[in-house]
Design a protein around this ligand. Structure first.
Ligand code: NAG
Ligand code: NAG
Ligand code: NAG
Ligand code: CU
Length: 556
């Protein structure tokens, strides 16, 4: 993959087609060209990074996967609604069975949205070890045409793999810290410090796509002395919003339009800054700044600025382009985002003190096969934290983050409106920010960053029959159980969702049941289902443990 690409827009009429990728998912031992020991990563066709996937709206994305790993795998197309194709959403034991080692599976995904997405592994956090890539869906009738575009996909690469990381995080008492093996930043698959120039031609308009494939830190994009206009957030077109800087949490995407200057007298710089917010300071890692040139003319003088803007992303001041007033709150769901310790003092991430565990039967199959019991959340087991929603119900979710850790919360199969943000400690409500309730089209997105000590309210219409995950997109947190399920329209699922035979074959070869409740029974009987770990009172220990280690790294 090239560091940055300039794609002339083609206005030729092309028929909807299959965009086919043949991916053998393989282990690959690499340090990604970084000053780090190599680790065993997960790549495709013995390569990392994966190729960027490009398609047009209306195309069908065909991913022919062969699993060469010694463990199951899946691919999730993040932000793609999968309307009618819930079984291709790629969460193992939720949307179906994973792809067994040594076997094939084909995802056939009709692309009904345009914009900036990404594909990533959703089994055992394989994305943490490299299995992830941008997915760009063009629209030849895009209301924001550009003369060219550039892509910046940014990820953190850790020198130990996800299993080793989770082992450290699960040390009794929460005393382990993966920060003793600090990551490096990759931009478009290469070391961030290799920032390459991008070229601007006078008078042209460029679209810059920003994709956060990070597992932990936030980052920002700025371009000196040029105005950036946000036009897309998480695949949703917005009214143009001028900003100096764009901040992205893990799993978020933003496109900006930039108008090039009329003259070639000067060159400029763009900046990708990895923030040191809620992570310990580690020299050259958190924070880190990568500057690249914006070249108008090879001989022109490059303007170097001292101050690079930095600011939070103001979801509440941006409007979606298609007018959709605030949804109602026919149902409110309160989610306390905390962590706890099991009786053995093992840290676990929780939502309402429930730490997610896979059911024995994939939840989609439970919804399909339990008749009228499918509307009862306990059918899906106590450990999946399932809420059952009526089709087209308008739902409000309050994400409450009382700890010292923020959470980028992602909902599958839908976008939600960001309605309100505030501080948990703000008992008077003075610092509350809320969108206007009339004449405003709240920003819709699929991943919202809930900052430490804050709450965020979102609303959405549950218009997509299927089983959908809602989880934190920090890979560490997801790996420690920070996950829950929404079953939307169980009767509509029973009527309309038909997984392909290939999916049933996968279940069969792995001995996974496709009938009954979370425990595979055709009644309210949960014998054999995973049980909830018991939690003793939560203490914000993890963040405290990180601090002395971080200080030692800086001093040493
Ligand atoms: C998987 O698909 C490839 C390509 O179509 C084929 O060559 C191979 O035999 C298949 N493997 C299995 C185990 O079905
Ligand atoms: C950016 O431009 C400056 C000034 O022309 C030059 O010194 C520097 O090497 C360039 N950096 C990169 C990464 O191309
Ligand atoms: C959220 O969970 C924490 C930890 O269990 C608890 O101390 C706090 O009271 C809960 N907050 C609410 C509003 O339920
Ligand atoms: Cu989290």
């Amino acid at each position: 993959m090239k560091f940055s690409r300039c794609i002339p827009l083609l206005f030729a009429l092309v028929q909807a087609r299959d965009v086919v990728h043949n991916w053998e998912i393989t282990y690959i031992t690499t340090n990604r060209g970084l000053d780090q020991p190599p680790k065993r990563g997960v790549g495709v066709n013995n390569r990392l990074p994966l190729p960027v996937v490009e398609a047009e709206i209306g195309d069908t994305l065909v991913l022919n996967v062969y699993n060469s790993l010694d463990t199951p795998t899946t691919l999730h197309s993040h932000g793609i609604f999968q309307y009618g194709t819930n079984y291709y959403d790629g969460v193992p034991m939720v949307n179906g069975c994973p792809i067994a080692p040594g076997s094939n599976f084909t995802y056939r995904i009709p692309l009904q949205q345009s914009g900036t997405y990404w594909i990533h592994g959703h089994t055992a956090d394989q994305n943490y070890d490299g299995l992830q890539t941008p997915l760009i869906i063009y629209d030849r009738n895009d209301p924001y045409p550009a003369d060219g575009e550039y892509l910046f996909a940014v990820e953190d690469w850790w020198p130990i793999n996800i299993h080793e990381t989770l082992e450290i995080l699960q040390e009794p008492g929460g005393l382990g810290s993966p920060f003793i093996y600090p990551p490096q930043t990759l931009i478009n698959g290469e070391y961030g410090g290799l920032t390459k120039p991008i070229t601007f031609e006078p008078g042209m308009t460029y679209r810059i796509r920003l994709v956060s494939m990070m597992h932990l830190p936030l980052w920002e994009f700025a371009l000196d002395d040029h105005e950036l206009y946000i036009i897309e957030v998480d695949g949703v077109l917005t009214k143009p919003k001028p900003v100096d800087v764009v901040r992205l949490a893990p799993a978020q995407r933003v496109s900006v339009l930039v108008k090039a200057k009329e003259s070639v007298e000067r060159n400029y710089q763009y900046h990708i800054t990895v923030l040191q917010d809620y992570v310990p300071p580690i020299e050259g890692v958190f924070p880190a700044q990568f500057d690249g040139n914006v070249t108008y003319h090879p001989d022109a003088y490059t303007e170097i600025v001292d101050i690079i803007p930095s600011e939070p992303f103001d979801d509440l001041s941006i409007e979606s382009l298609d007018y959709q007033p605030m949804f109602n709150a026919e149902r409110s769901i309160f989610l306390n985002l905390t962590y706890g310790f099991t009786k053995d003092d093992i840290p676990a991430e929780t939502i309402n003190l429930i730490s997610y565990r896979d059911p024995l039967v994939p939840t989609l199959f439970s919804a399909m096969t339990t008749q009228e019991r499918a509307i009862n959340p306990i059918t899906y087991g106590p450990q999946t934290n399932t809420h059952v929603l009526r089709l087209n119900e308008e739902v409000e979710v309050l994400f409450w983050s009382p700890t010292q850790l923020p959470h980028p919360m992602h909902l599958h199969g839908h976008t939600f409106q960001v309605i309100e943000r505030g501080y948990i400690s703000d008992t008077t409500g003075e610092m509350r920010q809320r969108v206007p309730s009339e004449g405003f089209s709240p920003l819709m997105r699929d991943t919202v960053h809930v900052q430490q000590g804050q709450y965020v309210i979102v609303r959405f219409r549950a218009n997509n029959p299927g089983v959908w995950n809602m989880h934190c997109h920090f890979s560490w947190h997801l790996g420690l159980g920070f996950n829950m399920l929404l079953v939307v329209g169980p009767y509509e699922i029973q009527r309309s969702i038909r997984p392909p035979q290939e999916m049933y074959d996968q279940c069969r070869i792995q001995g996974i049941g496709t009938f009954g409740n979370a425990a595979g029974h055709n009644s309210f009987n949960y014998d054999g289902a995973p049980q909830l770990p018991y939690f003793r009172a939560e203490l914000p220990k993890i963040a405290q443990a990180i601090k002395p280690i971080a200080e030692a790294i800086i001093d040493g």
